[in-house]
Design a protein around this ligand. Sequence first.
Ligand code: AMP
Length: 442
Amino acid sequence: MATYKAPRGTHDIYGKMALGLEKLDSISRQIFKKHNFKEVITPIFEEASLFTRSIGEATDIVEKEMYVFEDRKGRKLALRPEGTASLVRAYIEHRFDMTEPIGKFFYSGEMFRYERPQAGRYRQFSQMGAEYLANPNPNADAEIILVAKEILSALNIKDIKIHLNSLGCAGCRAEFRKKLVDYFSSVSDLCEDCKRRLEKNPLRLLDCKIDSSKFQNVPSMKECLCGECSDHFSQVQTLLKSVGCDYIVDDKLVRGLDYYTRTVFEVRSSSVGSQDALCAGGRYDNLVKELGGQQIPSVGFALGCERVLMACEQNGFFETVKTDDVVFIAVADEDLFPQAFTFANELMLNNNNIRKNIELSENITIEGPFLNKSLKSQFKLADKLGAKKTVVFGRNEFNNGKIIIKDMTVQEQKEISLPDFIMERIKNLDTSGFKMSAYAEK
Ligand code: AMP
């Protein structure tokens, strides 16, 4: 029994999940870069008020999910629960509006929310996100949605549905809010959270997990959109249609963060259970100003890496995650250990002359040599590691300037001459300080 376990809601990522995450990261990066998004790496913690102010006081995240702590000087800090607020803070702090002709950025990293853990919902999780700042036009919304879709398609996740809605501007929201307060005031037995939200933030009632099934004929945001917001929304849709991107207009979609204006969206997959949102985002036209910058209308999304990988488990993605071929370096005569060690190091340094000479490709994993193992145990280990080739240093061959290369898949071996320059190097090694007897196999 292990004495310590990872804290509740956190998990260790290893094995195929770690490889999957690496591949997801590299695929997303390629797509972000193709669309000209530039990476910004922000700290994992920020002043707590950055999040309170941007995400909103009356949201689940701020009310009950933030990891807030004081540092030794009494500063109130929080582990970041999401990436947009930090990115916007960096944008304002470094005056990206002056230096970046187009405000396209991406980020990736861990987020922290004190949520009730379940499959697909953790207290520490990873997101990759893109933000398109300083573009108020519907093409920015459409591009953000298409980037998210492109990543999921590149991962071969087929059963996705894009849910789309518009939350309008402050004017539309005020009208909607009034209608919602009228409507919800007549609903009996609201849960405690909803009773509180009815005063502070009635929009939040729409995605209450407890009460939402009780709501029939709830007023729709669509009826409250002003002319400009309505046009913006239909233009986003026209652009999506023009590139053949399917979506569902979902007027119940309100999202859990207060800063959204106009477009909001969520990409869901039926293959991951109840936590089905793989990725979500929307427009936040007032956030930059709210955090102390100019009025800079913007739009972005974040994708939850763990959930995306859960969806990938169903579609054979992990079988496509290839690791490099293992080449194992073995010593038949332990006196040749320093020579084999030096040879392995040359291979590590990507010495193409050697690699070509012994028919190895560019991308290989090199393992060995081991001091305390018989040749038999070394071959067993090479097998366990799935080595494609084993290089053996034997005395007779080495005296003739050669090594043995065993192809582990067909179990055939041949002798190969080492290039002169490496032979010169390892032939003259001073091994006098190396005592083999100290490492005999137990
Ligand atoms: P949000 O920042 O809430 O808009 O979430 C964006 C995406 O992050 C969601 O669609 C999920 O895929 C993922 N996500 C959010 N919260 C969690 C969590 N607690 N655990 C795992 N993934 C999450």
